[in-house]
Each structure stands twice: as structure tokens, then as C-alpha cells.
Design a protein around this ligand. Structure first.
Ligand code: BGC
Length: 235
């Protein structure tokens, strides 16, 4: 197949605290390759993570552009916070560095924002919470993203933030039962805070949920963290 015969292909990348994942999407956002994954290098500094992305990209065939989900605040391709990676990510120009490395245009957004873009219905007040290493959040009003919502680092209960109570470390420390009770309380709390029409729960730790979810709360598959990457090119 020649370059002209096919639609634009986007390499979607998800940088996580425990894994780096990639997959190629077509113009409609449909997966074109099997998702591949590497453990997040330790320490999780920019250089070994860029190396891991380049390695994974090499196994994905051709692509024309790149979308990256990053686990922190991102402003114009620059990573501003990185609670669950290395502090050397603060003020790192991820978009330019990765563009130079892969030779393709790169757009970067917060990981929970990308998961949200891949999950929402596009009407009303919708919140997406990701339960992984960290606690991610993205809020949409009639499909429009409210930027930089970092609910994870906001106070929740007992002098701790949502991320301190519900992140991976908390789950490993207090166990599934207490983590589930906390999550039930967190759902009530965010529903009261935003009067939500819909709440979506994503991220690897959703598989630890054991209670019946209330109405208008649903679990979204992990792959939405990559599928939402297509939305970064809709402008
Ligand atoms: C970060 C968020 C991120 C979340 C999930 C938090 O620690 O501050 O920006 O979305 O983890 O990765």
C-alpha cells in the first residue's frame, strides 16, 4: 500500500505510572494494530521513557502523527507536573523532543483528558475518573473539556486527597475492601460537587470494584485511554 492509498494513521501513546502503551488508529479513530505495552522504566525519567516509546513505535508499522497521554498537567506540549513519574518531567518539552525522535508531529494532553475524549457522550455534565497509579480526572460540559482539573490532588477525607485515598499505593496498603468503601464515598462526593449527568470510571484498578455502581456511573474500557488520542487532531 502506498502512502496515498491509506488514511492518516495516528500513533496513540499512553504514558502510565506502571506501563507505556501504544496502538495505531485510523482517521476515524479505529484501532489498526494490536496494542503493545512495556513496563514503565524505573526511575521513570524522560530519556528511558522516550526510548521505550520509540521502541514500541518501531513495532507498530507506519504512522503519520502521534498523540500522547501524559499523567500530569500539560501545557502546549510541555509537561508541568508529574506526581507519579520523576520530577525531571517538570517543564519538559515532550512534544518537541518526541517529534525530533520519531520525525512526526506530536500532540500531548493529560491522560485522563484523553480517556475522557474517548469515553463521553458529549452532552450534559460528564466527569471521567481514572483509577490507576494515580487518580485522574477530566470534566466535560456538553462535550467541551474544562481544562486542567486535577481532582486527584484535591482534599477528599481524613486530611488526604483523592489520590492519597484511592491511588495504587492506597489500594496496595489498605486492601480492596476499604478501597471500595472509599470509592463509594468518592462517587457520592463528586456527584454532589458537580451535579453530574454521567460519571465514567476508567483505569486498570476498575477491575477491583466489587460493589454495584449507582445509576449513571459506568466503567469504561482501558483502551479508551488510547482511542481518545484521535481527538487531539480534530481542530
Ligand atoms: C496527575 C494527573 C493524572 C493522574 C492519572 C495524577 O497524579 O496529577 O494529571 O491524570 O495522576 O495519571
Amino acid at each position: 500500500m502506498t502512502q496515498e492509498d491509506r488514511s492518516t494513521r495516528t500513533l496513540a501513546v499512553d504514558i502510565g505510572g506502571s506501563g507505556i502503551k501504544v496502538m495505531v488508529l485510523d482517521e476515524e479513530g479505529q484501532p489498526q494494530t494490536e496494542r503493545s505495552r512495556l513496563e514503565t522504566p524505573q526511575p521513570p525519567k524522560p530519556e528511558p521513557i522516550l526510548e521505550a516509546i520509540a521502541f514500541l513505535a518501531g513495532g507498530q508499522g507506519e504512522f503519520d502523527r502521534v498523540s500522547v497521554g501524559f499523567p500530569g498537567v500539560v501545557s502546549r506540549g510541555i509537561t508541568k507536573t508529574a506526581f507519579n513519574l520523576d520530577p525531571s518531567w517538570i517543564d519538559f518539552d515532550l512534544a518537541t523532543t518526541l517529534k525530533d525522535r520519531l520525525g512526526k508531529p506530536v500532540r500531548v494532553a493529560n491522560d485522563a483528558d484523553i480517556q475522557g475524549l474517548g469515553s463521553i457522550a458529549g452532552s450534559g455534565v460528564e466527569l471521567v475518573v481514572t483509577l490507576g497509579t494515580g487518580f485522574g480526572s477530566s470534566l466535560f460540559v456538553d462535550g467541551i473539556l474544562v481544562p486542567n482539573l486535577e481532582l486527584g490532588h484535591h482534599p477528599f477525607r481524613k486530611g488526604e486527597t483523592y489520590e492519597q485515598q484511592l491511588g495504587r499505593f492506597a489500594l496496595d496498603t489498605v486492601g480492596t475492601k476499604r478501597w471500595n468503601r472509599r470509592l463509594e464515598k468518592a462517587i457520592v462526593s463528586v456527584q454532589n460537587l458537580f451535579s453530574l449527568d454521567y460519571l465514567y470510571l476508567g483505569g486498570g484498578n476498575t477491575k477491583k470494584i466489587v460493589f454495584a455502581l449507582p445509576a449513571k456511573v459506568k466503567i469504561v474500557p482501558n483502551v479508551t485511554g488510547l482511542l481518545g488520542g484521535i481527538a487531539l487532531w480534530r481542530d
